[in-house]
Write a protein that binds this ligand. Structure first.
Ligand code: 2P0
Length: 331
């Protein structure tokens, strides 16, 4: 086994992934098949930097701190080792990862984290696969991680019911369109309900879950066409629709899932007011209270300044499109 290092950037879904398919009988129960496809924007600066190296025992260090109990990490290493087809037991491995994400923002690190871990571990164990196949492995660690293998705009395909065709691929590169994503922080601390639990509850109880599934492919097609045409109004419309449908699905669950706080709504209204006044921005939000706003590069700073003035907003990060993930062999 080799020592390796991988860097993968975080991403935000413009058309959302929400919901998992039931495991297919006779197949591994950890395929983590998304119920819908998704389409994302990779973020500059926000990233995970992960070292994988042989070590006398398994260990996981995150941001300099040892985590004795990290079953998801070691299960993922097992998965990648199994993919090499070798009969020998997996070599004991040290994983050391640093997240360059806004401090204590409650923003998910699993996308960049599992993408970087997948690339670094595959290279360390000598697993030489095309990125498409690595995206399938990354997805099994975390659904959004498959999209973090590439920069720019990336699509995760739903694929067939058995899992065939369920991979991610790059759509448009980092320099396709000079957009900015504003990350508007409306709270501190971790989210209340994990995405996995929220998705399960939606599938089991929300009357809007089936309509959510039924309308997703049309949103994906519309978003892809809007990005190809660099049409912000068209992309913004479908992006907001996908976000509000996902949250409506959550709100109608039993018990309801509400990730937003009062400031979330204040920021959404401020973005819409700015748009009415001629400063275009479009909102999305994930499994947390923060608001992300997509806008053109020229409008990013004036819009960020307005949103910093919304009472209760902690900070606004202005982030450009990010690059492809990469991996290097260290020794
Ligand atoms: C997304 N989210 O498309 C959606 C929108 C949250 C809301 O992907 O269970 O951590 O590991 O497959 O990737 C967050 O869920 O879920 C997510 P798992 P993940 O970005």
């Amino acid at each position: 086994m080799k020592s390796t290092r991988a860097v993968a950037h975080s991403n935000i879904a413009l058309v959302k992934y929400w919901g998992k398919r039931e495991a297919v009988p006779g197949q591994p129960d950890d395929l983590n098949l998304p119920a819908v496809g998704s389409l994302s924007f990779t973020l500059d600066r926000l990233r995970s930097d992960t070292l994988v190296a042989p070590d006398p025992r398994d260990s996981f260090i995150l941001n300099g701190e040892h985590h004795a109990d990290a079953p998801k990490i070691f299960r993922h290493l097992d998965r990648i080792w199994r993919a090499t087809g070798r009969a020998a037991p997996r070599p004991t491995t040290r994983v050391s990862s640093t997240n360059f994400l806004p401090t204590a923002a409650g923003l998910a690190s699993s996308a960049s984290g599992f993408a970087a871990l997948t690339l670094a571990a595959a290279a360390a164990y000598g697993l030489d696969l095309p990125n498409k196949d690595l995206s399938v492995l990354a997805r099994r660690g975390s659904g959004s991680a498959a999209r973090s293998l590439w920069g720019g705009f990336v699509r995760q395909h739903r694929g067939g019911d058995g899992g065939d065709g369920c991979y991610a691929e790059p759509l448009f590169p980092q320099d396709h369109w000079d957009l900015r994503l504003l990350i508007v922080h409306t709270a501190r601390g971790p989210k209340s309900i994990s995405s996995t639990e929220g998705m399960q509850r939606c599938r089991a109880t929300s009357p809007y879950y089936q309509p959510w599934l039924d309308t997703s492919e049309a949103d994906l097609a519309a978003a892809e066409a809007a990005i190809a045409a660099r049409d912000l109004s068209a992309l913004g419309a479908v992006m907001e629709r996908s976000c509000f449908k996902m949250h409506a699905c959550m709100l109608a669950s039993a018990p309801p899932i509400l990730y937003w706080n009062g400031r979330t709504l204040d920021v959404i209204r401020a973005v819409w007011a700015a748009r009415e006044a001629g400063l275009p921005g479009f909102v999305t939000s994930d499994a947390g209270p923060h608001v992300k706003v997509l806008t053109l590069a020229d409008h990013a700073e004036p819009l960020a300044a307005q949103l910093r003035d919304v009472p209760g907003v902690f900070e606004v990060d202005v982030v450009a499109a990010g690059p492809d993930a990469h991996v290097e062999i260290l020794a």
